[in-house]
Design a protein around this ligand. Structure first.
Ligand SMILES: C[S@@+](CC[C@H](N)C(=O)[O-])C[C@H]1O[C@@H](n2cnc3c(N)ncnc32)[C@H](O)[C@@H]1O
Length: 270
């Protein structure tokens, strides 16, 4: 089994994505998705950005490595009557089922960053984008003090070191790495731009409840707890995460959670 696929099929990312719906919708409005635009959402999950893009009238294909999330996305599209949206399984490192230059816009929000072989990922994203089309990536930033970078940092202290040669997904949050990867895919450096942007995680549970959702349903956190349990350190990990979520919570109610997280928004003009 491909470990990348196994990681994301292990949990149920829908439980986390449920807290990201407002930000997904706001983002597709900000990046200029319009009626009739051919959009590929890569690493789409169950459609945090694919669904609102389709609601704006774009013709959207969501591609994700996790079978359960593709099923969840197709179910959402059907329930919402979105005939211009479909989801299929695929791997960002090799999109051989997709033709060259077939999309106006390729979006990947916290998606393709989690695939291995980042140079292959950049090359594939460029290949399927039409000339004068656009790629927009959302990538978490290593060392950033906000939520997701900190969850991944805390979790990594409880998990065994990655195998030799492993390239951290967080390197997609470093501008020089992003430039190197797209330049290698044939894009001139001047066509790659960056802004800091924000996604907010909103939940009607208190912060501890949201930590529980990550512990039970978010593959990377599930793995961290499994490793911590083996070393008798699960309570420490739980405590660290609860402190993090509580300290970042901006909700006026203690019984709800609203946590903004900073990410690097990359725009590539192909
Ligand atoms: C953090 S989730 C984000 C999902 C979605 N973009 C969202 O914002 O809700 C990461 C997603 O990337 C997908 N993914 C990871 N590696 C992938 C790969 N190699 N190819 C395609 N999708 C991948 C996972 O299955 C998961 O759905």
């Amino acid at each position: 089994m491909n470990p990348n696929k196994a990681l994301w099929e292990k949990g149920d990312f829908t439980r986390i994505a449920a807290t990201m719906r407002e930000s997904g919708e706001a983002l597709v409005n900000r990046i200029g998705v319009t009626r009739g635009l051919k959009v590929l959402d890569l690493g789409c999950g169950d459609g945090t950005t694919a669904v609102p893009a389709a609601k704006l009238g774009a013709d959207v294909l969501g591609v994700d490595i996790a079978r359960n999330l593709v099923e969840a996305g197709n179910k959402r599209a059907k329930e919402m009557g979105l005939m211009n949206l479909r989801f299929q399984e695929g791997d960002a490192t090799n999109l051989s089922e997709l033709a060259n230059h077939s999309f106006d816009l390729v979006v990947s929000i916290f998606g393709a960053m989690f695939a291995p072989k980042p140079f292959d990922v950049a090359r594939e994203m460029v290949r399927v984008t039409r000339p004068r089309g656009q790629i927009v990536m959302g990538n978490w930033i290593p060392g950033d003090p906000t939520l997701v970078a900190q969850i991944l940092k805390i979790s990594s202290a409880y998990t065994p070191p990655p195998p030799e040669g492993f390239i951290s997904p967080m390197t997609w949050g470093i501008e020089s790495n992003v430039i190197e990867r797209f330049v290698a895919a044939g894009v001139p450096k001047e066509k790659i731009s960056f802004v800091r942007d924000t996604f907010t995680f909103n939940s009607s549970s208190a912060p501890a409840g949201l930590v529980a959702e990550f512990r039970n349903y978010y593959g990377p956190t599930m793995n961290a707890f499994e490793a911590a349990e083996k070393n008798g350190r699960a309570a420490d990990l739980q405590k660290e995460l609860e402190e993090l979520f509580n300290s970042q919570n901006k909700s006026p109610s203690k019984d709800a959670t609203s946590i903004p997280a900073t990410f690097l928004r990359v725009t590539v003009a192909v």
